[in-house]
Design a protein around this ligand. Structure first.
Ligand SMILES: [Zn+2]
Length: 450
């Protein structure tokens, strides 16, 4: 006999409540030992042990250098839902709980992991998973924060990874190949609200830039030099001149910095470095803005006769909204006693998340829960309601999974039938490859030709 859907939900909520100390403990433990992306060795181990010892699951680890996953209902034929939790911390030197290295959990990824494990506890310990007509995979994903470039470049050179983002790498290596839909959450200071449903975000392309000019004595022979700093400054002005060509709705953001402006003051700068992101709301707008940035950079080099090398890195894609998934979540929030006044619907982020890449290939769900205070990644970040932030997202996501997979997975199958992915995996990888490139232009003439 199959259980009523509402009975299943009640059982799952009870199982999460009964195991709340276990959930708090793992969340707090991970909080205390933040590890940056692709370095989450201890955190991966903790999650692996939890899967094995608390839940009796078989674990596949090192799924993308770090990270691990475990599955339930392997033998069922219905759709497969992934519950994602991010493992990595972020550098925030000023936070009171950050380590000497600056690593901190001021993006709340420890809460995501605890929440993902709480969903597993709810479905498994209640026995409800047996009644569901689909598979569920819990994936602890590495490296959501796009930082620590030198380390990741080295991993890339050594062949351990291809992409800097964890989900990008998991898409590439086939971890998402047999997954039909994915759910996860972030935390956010929601002020007097409790939850944000349906955020959209920007995509981005990253780049590091090197202008090479020619050194000369800056006082007595400046006419013999080629000033790479002038090339960089022209380039930044060129970029600023592009800004009026962007439509407001595309939310373009470009924010170059000069990371090296010269060597010594009495020598014409010949080695100047910059970094920049180009961000926009759609892939088309992103490609368009990025071309303009590249033209601007090259024009700066051309004007002074310097060489330029632009190393481009494929960043994340914008998050696409999947309203049918959000509708199910909304129903569950209401049944948990949330009112419309507790909710922010449709948040608009000009930052980026690597779930954006996944959202181009399958229906995804990515609500953001309160229970914390202060900006993410900042010294003000603070968990203010453990009970809420560790348990409530897990309850609502588990309820959503029950809705999707109940009754021969009718809801999930419906959503999948009406779903057309924005990109196939092949199209995605070719977009990534197009933006994983080095552009070189040489305008530096030999001294004797001057
Ligand atoms: Zn994050």
């Amino acid at each position: 006999m199959t259980l009523e859907k509402e009975v299943m939900k009640t059982k799952v909520i009870a199982a999460i409540d009964e195991n709340k100390d276990l959930i708090f403990n793992i969340g707090r433990k991970i909080y205390k030992n933040p590890e940056l992306g692709y370095k989450e060795f201890e955190t991966t181990k903790l999650v692996k042990e939890f899967f094995e010892e608390e839940l009796g699951l078989k674990v596949v680890d090192n799924i993308a250098y770090t990270g691990c996953k475990a599955q339930i209902n392997e033998e069922k034929s219905g759709p497969k839902i992934a519950v994602l939790g991010e493992l990595d911390g972020i550098v925030c030197n000023d936070h009171k709980d950050s380590l000497d290295s600056g690593a901190s959990h001021t993006c709340g990824h420890n809460i995501q992991i605890a929440g993902m494990l709480a969903v597993a506890i709810g479905l498994l310990k209640s026995g409800v998973y047996k009644e569901l007509d689909g598979k569920i995979e819990f994936i602890a994903t590495p490296a959501e924060e796009f930082i620590d470039m030198e380390y990741r470049s080295k991993l890339k050179e050594e062949g351990y990874i291809q992409y800097f983002g964890g989900k990008q790498e998991l898409i590439r290596n086939g971890t998402f190949d047999d997954i039909d839909m994915a759910v996860m959450f972030h935390v956010l200071d929601t002020d007097d609200k409790k939850v944000l449903v349906g955020p959209v975000s920007n995509g981005f392309i990253g780049k590091s830039i090197r202008f090479t000019g020619r050194e000369a004595h800056a006082g007595s022979a400046q006419h013999k030099g080629v000033n790479a700093l002038n090339a960089a400054m022209l380039a930044i002005n060129n970029i600023n001149a592009q800004k009026e060509t962007f439509e407001d709705k595309h939310k373009v953001r470009i924010h170059p910095i000069i990371t090296k402006g010269g060597d010594i003051v009495n020598v014409v700068p010949a080695d100047v470095r910059m970094e920049s992101y180009t961000r926009a709301r759609t892939m088309e707008a992103l490609v368009d803005a990025n071309e303009k940035v590249n033209r601007s950079l090259i024009a700066g080099a051309m004007a002074v006769g310097a060489n330029i090398e632009v190393q481009e890195l494929p960043g994340y894609l914008p998050i696409l909204k999947h309203e049918e998934m959000e509708d199910i979540l909304l129903r569950n929030l209401l049944s948990r006693g949330f009112t419309k006044d507790d909710m922010i619907e449709g948040g608009d982020f000009t930052g980026s998340f690597d779930l954006g890449d996944v959202s181009h290939m399958m229906p995804t769900l990515h609500p953001m829960f309160g229970g914390i205070k202060g900006e993410l990644h900042s010294m003000d970040y603070e968990i203010i309601d453990e009970e809420y932030v560790y348990l409530e997202p897990a309850k609502v996501l588990a309820m959503t999974i029950i809705d999707l997979l109940f009754d021969n997975a009718k809801e999930a199958k419906n959503i999948l039938e009406n779903f057309t992915p924005a990109l196939t995996k092949e199209e995605y990888l070719s977009f990534m490859d197009c933006n994983d490139r080095i552009i070189k232009k040489e305008y530096l003439v030999k001294e004797s030709d001057n």
